[in-house]
Ligand binder design. Structure first.
Ligand code: FES
Length: 133
């Protein structure tokens, strides 16, 4: 709902701020980045959001997950590696990550950052903020 205060320029700004605070989650934290149909023939979609390389993955149960895709070892692009089931292996030195959790499964390492997804119909929205560990 938008409340109108008049036609003065300063009041128009107030109107916009009011709109954003009414639906902060939709308008400020999540952005549409993909559609479910894009995953009919692909297991992941890579994107760059706010200077982060992120990919959305679809697992064997048709669930979706989003993680940062720069390897924790030496920053290689993990989407250039191999995806076997839920395990994503870095093309450079073989560190392997679980796409559902971002956890490294074969070395003692911090997990990859994860991002929350919302699916509405065919649209996939991603949070611009990583999930807190
Ligand atoms: S850069 Fe990924 S394992 Fe070395």
């Amino acid at each position: 709902m938008v409340t109108r205060f008049g036609n003065l320029p300063g009041l128009v700004v107030c109107e916009l701020l009011f709109t954003y605070t009414k639906e902060p989650e939709r308008l400020m934290d999540y952005i549409k980045v993909a559609s479910r149909g894009e995953f009919d023939s692909a297991r992941f979609k890579r994107m760059r959001i706010l200077a982060r390389n992120i990919a959305i993955f679809k697992d064997d149960n048709d669930s979706f997950f989003a993680i940062e895709v720069n390897c924790k070892h030496q920053n290689a692009d993990l989407t250039a590696g191999t995806l076997d089931g839920d395990l994503l292996t870095c093309p450079r030195h073989g560190w392997t990550y679980d796409i559902r959790t971002g956890a490294c499964v074969n070395y003692d390492s911090a997990p990859l950052r994860r991002f929350d997804l919302k699916i509405e119909g065919d649209d996939i929205y991603i949070s611009i903020h990583p999930v807190e560990a």
